[in-house]
Each structure stands twice: as C-alpha cells, then as structure tokens.
Ligand binder design. Structure first.
Ligand SMILES: Nc1ncnc2c1ncn2[C@@H]1O[C@H](COP(=O)(O)OP(=O)(O)O)[C@@H](O)[C@H]1O
Ligand SMILES: [Mg+2]
Length: 253
C-alpha cells in the first residue's frame, strides 16, 4: 500500500557494465522509521542506497531495471525531476565532506540555491538545521569560522545539518560513523533516533551493534541479493535464513 510505505522497491536490478551488482531486490520502507542495510563489504549496500535518489545516474555504464517508488511515484520514470528528487531524498557520506567555507555558508548553501535569499529567513534556517543536528550549541559563537576547523564528529553533524537545511523527507546515510570516534558515533546515533520522528532514515552500517541499537528494520544483503529483511530485534534473535544467521553470528564477513 502506497500510504503505508514511503519507499517501495520492486524487482530492482543494477549492473555496472557487464557486472551485475543487484539482483531482483524487493523492499518496502515505512515512513518515520530507521532501516539498517547490513552485509559484507562489496555486497551492494552503497549501490542500493544510491538507487534511492538516483545517485548512480552519475556513474557511467550503469543499467537499472525495476522500479523505486517514493511516495508512490516511480523515480525512474523519464520525466522525473532529479534535482527535486535529491532535495527530497538526501545523502550523507562515509567521510564528512564540508565545503571549504564558513559554518553558516555550508548550511545556507542549499537553501540559497533553492531560492531562499532573505537574510532573516536564512538565519532562521541555519539555526533550525544546526539545532536539529544537535550542533547549534557547539557552533553558535563561531558561525563565520571555517567548517574545516571543526572536529570530524562535528563535521559529520554539520553535513547532516546541511542536508536538513533543504528540508528533505528521506535521509540516506552511507556508513556515516565509520570515520568517527566512539563519542561522536554515539552522538550521530542519538541524533538519528531523534530525527526519525520527522524523517525516513536508511543507514548502511558494517557495525551490527549499531544496526541493532538504532534501527527498526534491518535488511541483509549478500552478493547483490537481499537475503532477508524484517524487524531488527527478530533479525538479530531469530533470523529466518541460515545465511543471515551465519553473518550476524560472525561466521563470515
Ligand atoms: N562505481 C562503480 N563502478 C563499477 N563497479 C562498482 C562501482 N561501485 C561499486 N561497484 C561494484 O559493485 C559491487 C557492490 O559494491 P558496493 O555497492 O560498493 O558494496 P558495499 O557498499 O556493500 O561495500 C562491488 O562488486 C563493487 O566492486
Ligand atoms: Mg559501501
């Protein structure tokens, strides 16, 4: 049902040239939930995540079949406005990648591109986004300073704030804490818990404890196949598939 699902993936296949990376993936994602994508390195997690806002369009020789519906509309229809899609479905990457400009300008960048010009409205948007990303108190006295001077963990929350500033409704996160120390990791995890009330979050993680701590639903990929998906507590206590059990108990990966 379209109402129940923010995202519906049906019979999705993807190949890089001759090399198939995703095979017949079917997955439904509820709004206001966190879905964790787990699986060994090279199994297609990042590839799958990128199909959700057509980031693979930027890579040569990619062929895709099947459909991805966001709010009931197939984003692979030829008339899809990809710029507006990526505004609605935004991505945070593994390494924080702030722009080499001030903290303020990092956050104001997206809203400015989308036509927000008025200083008072930009100020409001910057404060709101940084507050939502649990960074405001740490940076409010240095908004004009370069974002490059922030710690790695602060930079990653800045990147999350930058994403929130364009008012998306889906947040894609590709191993967002893998370059962070444990305390920053915890902050990003807490943040994602707070954000799920307002957003739909899909997070790739190679850290199974992290998936177990923060996600509602877990999807396990192996060699481009979605082996199993379901409620996270069930996936980690009573997986249906032997391959899932082998992976989560550390027999491989
Ligand atoms: N840009 C690319 N061009 C060609 N092959 C790619 C590209 N990105 C990923 N692949 C291949 O697709 C498969 C899945 O990779 P990826 O989605 O990055 O896996 P994961 O995120 O689970 O580690 C791998 O075999 C990888 O080599
Ligand atoms: Mg990856």
């Amino acid at each position: 049902m379209t109402d129940m699902h923010k995202i519906q993936v049906e019979q999705l296949n993807l190949a890089y040239g001759e090399n198939k990376a995703l095979f017949d993936v079917n997955l439904n994602i509820r709004p206001n939930s966190i879905t964790a994508l787990i699986g060994p390195s090279g199994c297609g997690k990042s590839t799958f995540l990128r199909t959700l806002n057509r980031m693979n369009d930027l890579i040569d020789n990619v062929s895709i079949t099947g459909s991805v519906k966001v709010d009931g509309e197939n984003i692979y229809e030829p008339d899809t406005d990809v710029v507006s899609l990526r505004k609605r479905v935004g991505m945070v990457f593994q390494r924080p990648n702030p722009f080499p400009m001030s903290i303020y300008d990092n956050i104001a960048y997206g809203p400015r591109i989308h036509g927000l010009k008025k200083k008072s409205l930009l100020d409001e948007r910057v404060e709101k986004s940084l507050t939502q990303a649990a960074l405001w108190d740490e940076v409010k006295d240095r908004l004009g300073k370069s974002a490059m001077g922030l710690s790695g963990g602060q930079q990653q929350r800045l990147c999350i704030a930058r994403l929130l500033a364009v008012e998306p409704d889906v947040l894609l996160m590709d191993e967002p804490t893998s370059a962070l120390d444990p305390i920053s990791t915890l902050k990003v995890e807490e943040l994602s818990q707070q954000l799920k009330d307002q957003y739909t979050i899909i997070i790739v993680t190679h850290n199974m404890q992290q998936a177990a701590r923060i996600s509602d639903t877990t999807a396990f990929f192996l060699n481009g196949i979605l082996v199993e998906s379901g409620k996270t507590d069930k996936m980690f206590t009573a997986p249906a598939d032997r391959r899932t059990e082998d992976y989560i108990t550390g027999r491989f990966g």
